[in-house]
Design a protein around this ligand. Structure first.
Ligand SMILES: [Zn+2]
Length: 147
């Protein structure tokens, strides 16, 4: 049974390599717009749920700790940071959904190259390819865009 699978894979590979130029296109199209939309919507849904939960937690904690200099201030800051990150994420997912409708989802906003399915799966809301993301972060660290 196992051997059979290996054989089949071995047979499929050279064929794929043969059409290497075509292969990139095929891989990108292997994932349909519908699949991408579904992933973005699922991601947004779970982020929204998490956000609502954290906001509720935040509210509850504030109501309970009204004294100044309470020891939970650090925890609350942390919670707030997570909330902000989630808000950013939802915003980027909304943006990605719009880009999907406009037909340019999956392409880097900076260089125009394909972002790649693997990266989109890991970070559905991303608008930059790995290279540009790294570059942008390097620029940010140097103080660009920090004004
Ligand atoms: Zn790029």
């Amino acid at each position: 049974m196992r051997q059979q699978t290996i054989k089949r894979e071995a047979r499929a590979k050279p064929e794929a390599q043969e059409k290497n130029g075509e292969q990139a296109k095929t891989t990108a199209k292997a994932e349909t717009k519908k699949q991408r939309r579904e992933r973005l919507l699922t991601e947004r849904q779970s982020s929204s749920t998490e956000l609502a939960r954290l906001q509720q937690q935040m509210k509850t904690e504030i109501e309970h700790d009204t004294e100044e200099g309470d020891p939970d201030v650090y925890e609350r800051e942390k919670l707030l940071a997570v909330i902000r990150a989630l808000e950013d994420k939802i915003e980027s997912l909304n943006y990605a959904l719009k880009a999907l409708d406009a037909g340019h989802y999956g392409f880097c906003e900076r260089c125009g190259n394909e972002i790649g399915t693997e990266r989109l799966k890991a970070m559905p809301g991303t608008t930059l390819c790995v290279k540009c993301k790294a570059e942008t972060e390097r620029l940010l660290r140097r103080g660009f865009g920090n004004s």
